[in-house]
Design a protein around this ligand. Structure first.
Ligand code: SF4
Length: 617
């Protein structure tokens, strides 16, 4: 093993074995780490058409090569697998300390395969891994599970675990560490399907670096640039709790299941209002932003509710989709999601879908266990969060996600299922932020803002150029730029927020080179190609699973129903030319008209073996 790179821990839950291995050169060199390792391992080892809930599905926990170092905002971690929600490639990113602890124990990847007969957890140390009975933990909520494991293994232990929702394989269950979650794509449901309750890591703080002196100088420079950044200061003060002030003003704050782009009394949800309930701050390992803002409810229906959040997506999804302005209800729903281990965006998306069905008379109290789903009623929303996590009654239907729920309900419900590739959409309206919408459509993980965030449309970013947010095919290059840039940043698992703080990408490659000794990772041209390589390999994975142009689409509502914004820009907008956008996007990507990477493109990216497989299709 290269002394300054960590190894991979391979765990087979069926055989109850765990072995440390060196990451092979054909993965380590061209993919550097993090998300690169995730898709490279997944493509290589996952049998095509594996059932996400069967033992052949791989579940990978990844830390980047910069995790646990003195450089800031680089210790996030991610999970890669095949999604039970979309049936395609999944990657989900999280914060807190767990990524740093993976590296402290000596691992950049934990590769889990097989399925345990009874519940287990993994206890990782620098000496290896023990597979331990988790009978006492099963059924426990995520705070309790983490407490029990820290009591058992000591304060130098960090835990990532599932809650009751993951155990019941809610298709969008999350994996939780501290109060931070790898929540999208149903990664927690895959963990539950394997009877894997938790991973606990006990380790001393220590990472090895190729050139510690050079790394230290770069980290000091990074800190200097960060603290000179206005964006950093704003994020430190507010976290994401002011984003709704921007999106509601722009008319891209989706209301009532994406019917409207502005909430009429949305100012009641603005950041200044959340600030009044703020009671604490939390940060990921070695990040001075501490952007997690905790809120506590002291009076009223939800008195006693507390959450390390909600962040923008979660405060949106538990208010606007049901046309509520109760901040207290968003705090309670967010708390429940973290405790029970469930993705906020998909949970709230499913509930918003149900409220619209109820209003239209497609479902009634006979379908909803007697609940009335009336816009503005947040108490019913909170009840539904609990019913989904418990798979109780109507909650069991919604626990399958909007696509499967619509099929079960029938009666035309499909028309109101707002998703791409089966994953519920996040908090940016595609008709008013079209590059963001097209990124949802072409994302390899389905409807995620984190696969290629269109900061140009939302915050007026000018890299690589300013854009008109209502333009369509003209901005195909921007969608590609945002997706590839995200891939590039996630080999070192840079926090997406920290990319705007003046040090990225200039110092990023240098930090990677100083940490790993791989000199060419300091070359920005090489790193940009790396982002493109990752997106193409993820695409090739999905093509192997049967995905293609037919799956790169937005909900019909975006193409046919004019957006209403109540005076904000974008009134009457629809997505006019989806197909023309795809033609241009595929052309620029070097993919054929079905959205399949060409042999020429894959070969150019060094994916020669993959190209052979694709050419035989
Ligand atoms: S900016 Fe926030 S989410 Fe990102 S690393 Fe820092 S504390 Fe974590």
């Amino acid at each position: 093993m290269i002394p300054y790179r960590n190894g991979a821990l391979r765990v087979d839950l069926t055989r109850r074995t765990a072995e440390v291995e060196t990451v092979p050169p054909e993965i380590c060199e061209p993919f550097i780490g993090g998300r690169g390792f995730g898709i490279a391992y997944l493509f290589k080892e996952q049998p095509p058409h594996a059932d996400p809930f069967e033992e052949e599905n791989r579940l990978m926990f990844l830390a980047g090569p910069l995790a646990g170092t003195q450089a800031q905002a680089l210790s996030r971690w991610m999970v890669c697998t095949k999604s039970p929600l979309t049936g395609g490639y999944a990657r989900s990113v999280a914060g807190a300390d767990f990524g740093a602890w993976l590296r402290f124990a000596g691992y950049e990847a934990v590769l889990v395969e097989g399925k345990a007969v009874t519940p287990v957890y993994l206890h990782l140390t620098a000496d290896g891994c023990e597979i331990v009975d988790a009978g006492e933990l099963w059924g426990k909520e995520t705070p309790k599970s983490q407490d029990m494991l820290r009591q058992r293994h000591g304060d130098k232990t960090r835990v990532a675990c599932i809650g009751p929702a993951g155990e019941r394989m809610v298709r969008y269950a999350a994996i939780v560490s501290g109060r931070r979650t790898a929540s999208r794509c149903g990664v927690g449901a895959v963990m539950g399907s394997k009877n894997l309750k938790a991973i606990a890591i006990s380790a001393e703080r220590n990472v090895r670096l190729f050139d510690p002196d050079a790394f230290k100088k770069l980290a000091i420079e990074q800190s200097r640039l960060i603290h000179a950044s206005k964006q950093f200061e704003h994020h430190k003060e507010w976290g994401t709790t002011m984003t709704q002030n921007v999106t509601n003003t722009l008319g891209i704050f989706p209301v009532r299941n994406f019917r409207y782009g502005q909430q009429k009394d949305g100012t009641k949800l603005y950041g200044e209002e959340y600030r009044k309930l703020r009671t604490g701050e939390f940060g990921c390992y070695n990040c001075s932003a501490r952007c997690g803002k905790a809120h506590t409810v002291t009076t009223g229906l939800y008195a006693g509710a507390w959450s390390e959040g909600p962040e923008y997506e979660s405060l949106w999804v538990f208010s606007a989709p049901i046309d509520s302005t109760s901040i207290e209800a968003t705090i309670r729903a967010d708390q429940l999601c973290d405790d029970l281990g469930i993705d906020t965006i998909s949970t709230g998306g499913c509930i918003g879908f149900a409220y619209e069905l109820y209003e239209r008379g497609i479902i009634d109290r006979n379908d909803t266990d007697g609940l009335e789903l009336i816009y503005g009623d947040h108490q019913t929303m909170v009840k539904l969060v609990q019913k989904i996590a418990a798979r109780e009654g109507f909650g069991d239907i919604l626990a399958e996600g909007v696509v499967r729920a619509a099929r079960t309900i029938g009666r035309g419900a499909e028309a109101y299922a707002i998703h791409t590739k089966g994953m519920e959409l996040p908090a940016y309206e595609p008709r008013g932020a079209k590059s963001q919408g097209f990124s949802y459509a072409t994302s390899n993980i389905g409807g995620s803002h984190c696969y290629g965030y269109a900061g140009q449309e939302i915050f007026g970013a000018t890299d690589p150029r300013p854009i008109n947010r209502f333009a369509e095919a003209e901005n195909a290059d921007i969608v590609i730029h945002n997706q590839d840039s995200t891939g590039m940043g996630e080999v070192g698992i840079v926090c997406a927020f920290a990319k705007g703080w003046g040090w990225f990408p200039g110092l990023y490659g240098k930090l990677l080179a100083a940490a790993t000794g791989v000199e060419y990772s300091a070359d920005m041209g090489y790193l940009r190609k790396m982002g493109e390589r990752i997106v193409n390999l993820e695409r090739a994975f999905n093509v192997r699973e049967g995905f293609g142009r037919k799956d790169d689409k937005l909900p019909a509502r975006m193409l046919t129903e004019p957006l209403h914004t109540f005076g904000a820009p974008g009134e009457g907008e629809i997505v006019r030319e989806m197909e023309k956008f795809l033609d241009r996007y595929y052309e620029l990507r070097g993919w054929n008209e079905d959205g399949i990477p060409t042999v020429k493109k894959l070969t150019e990216l060094g994916l020669t073996e993959i190209a052979k497989g694709i050419s035989q299709r």
